[in-house]
Design a protein around this ligand. Sequence first.
Ligand code: BGC
Length: 730
Amino acid sequence: MCPIRRTAIAMALTVLLGAHSVARAAADPDTRAAVIVRQMTPAERLALLHGIMAIPFVGHVTIPPDAVYGAGYVPGIPRLGIPALKESDASLGVAYVNGLRKDGATALPSGMAMAASWDPQLLYAGGAMIAGEAAAKGFNVLLAGGSNLMRDPRNGRTFEYLGEDPWLTGTLAGAAVSGIQSQHVISTLKHFALNDQETDRHSYSADISDSAARESDLLAFEIALERGHAGAVMCAYNRVNGAYACGNGYLLDRVLKRDWGFRGWVMSDWGAVSALDFALAGLDQESGAQLDRQVFFGEPLARAAQQDPVYAARVADMDRRILRSIFAVGLDTHPAVVHPIDFAADGAVAERLERAGIVLLRNRDRALPLSDSLERVAVIGGYADAGVLSGGGSSQVQGPGGPSIVVPLGGGARFAPAIEYQRSVPLQAIEARLPRAQVVFRDGRYVSQAVQAARWADVAIVFATQWMSEGHDVPDLSLPDGQDALIAAVAAANPHTIVVLETGGPVLMPWLQQTAAVLEAWYPGARGADAISAVLFGDQNPSGRLPVTFPLSLAQLPRPMLPGSGGMGPQYSDRGSPGQTLHVDYDIEGADVGYRWFARTHQQPLFAFGYGLSYTRFETHDLKVTADRALSATCEVVNTGSRAGADVVQLYLVSAAGHPERRLVGYQRVQLQPGQSQRISLTVDPRLIAEFRDGAWRVAPGHYRWALGTSALDTGAPVDTVLGPRQIRP
Ligand code: BGC
């Protein structure tokens, strides 16, 4: 039925039955939203357009009795059956808002860890799990779906995101959002867009051409939106090509709403609104409004709407968009009901993700898995006797009982004043696996003491950490607190040194060649220790693949120096100098983010995107790529080793229309028994091989080359396909 006719019928029914019941009876969310908007009084029309940060002591606000302490609250309109929006941060679990709520939540492993699983189904399960916990606490909107690409591994929020590739990030973020919304909880996608560093995050300008943005960071959001149908998009703090992301007509109106047809609403990041006319650029809702200079989308917007039909039309559109998502996701029909949480079941979801996301980076002479018959083991460093590391900032989750240890930072850290560890203890998990062995722990503060233990032990396991947080970037990629020297000394003392990394993202490894094995465990989440020990002892065959490239040195990056880091201001700075805009030139690498930059500049990184070892062996062969309107590929993957395990089949474009290229165009995780083989079919999204020029995707005719890879930079024999003019249309 055409939309106009539907609306007419709904309006007629409204007259007969009253707005509220018709809105529920009407079939689709667009019609229902349109009907309700017509019923709203001028005051009601303003109600949904600005919210508070639901935390006492932040600004001058009264927290309404029905609010839940969390990132945001927007009052409902009971007369019209519209529920209040109760918003929580949720990148990696339901956030704990500086300890205001003591109810505990299950911490998922970090975004990097989840992305390293290359498994959309697991991300869906993780999303559904968080949404279930959120609803159990009374929330119905989750500020999740972080989809920014890693343009700089020093970005303090790297751990919240899903990597450096638009297809991997987009498909995984879409799955996570679908999982959240399956529980009748709205999810955002954030931070839109090009919000790729924390230094000066409130003011820097990401400068980039339209085509480069569309083929990289924006493409990740576009894919995530198509797959996950997020009810809301959160615009970012930074500027893009000079204009604030939350007041950026190009980003919000043109790309998101016009070109992609987004029908939900755009909410601001907290404290990101600095002018009323952001409404005209496409911003629909001012979040945490007490953080802004004034509540622009309150009285000032009401006055503007009275005087100016353009503003009045926008107000109706803003309401319609918010209501549409409320109805589409079913917030009104499936209200959140507070109930107890099954932490054991939810912890199992977190553990499954971490098991799948741990990446085996090095395994000299099959040093791993460890044998059950070890007699003397030295566990060193990383607070492995107390817990596993978590990242800081608004995404911080605290499990039931709170963190196991808290390490205060000092130095003016605003966002996250302390480093927190989850209650999942690697030392205990290792001891449980070796009941007859002697296991000693050394905290690693004194290298000589760690070395002494390493000399004594059959195996030394060093836990090394790199803490990251929202609000500040790391200055470089070394392991802090002298851990590089500690690892080198321990490895020199014992050739069977295993390093377990708990890092936010890539780090440098000057000691790599001295070690026997290295596991990247990221921030391991609520049951991280169990997952790590399962991989160490071979109960779990490692199957994670890097979602980001680890450089050999900072000199290999497009910007060897972190933009904005040159001054001598405060140690932790997310705010630049007043009145000055830091311009970050993203056109240096353009769309060639991460591994594509390394391929373009012919540099060999430490570990490339897609890399990861296993305790078994896989072979892929018989790649065929066909172009018959759609582009599809098939290949065979075989487990030729002696253990069951999962491989991730990765298909890359290696040249396009005669030009060298490097793009992930398809992937699939496959679980195989020893000797088992499976035929894989992948459909290639044409945008992944296209260029975005003059407002449209174009696939140039010519020879295209494809190859399967064990990483983006280690690909096998290529196969060719010839694409005729307009044969493949994005
Ligand atoms: C962060 C967002 C978060 C919001 C609400 C901001 O500082 O950038 O990711 O959702 O705070 O806590």
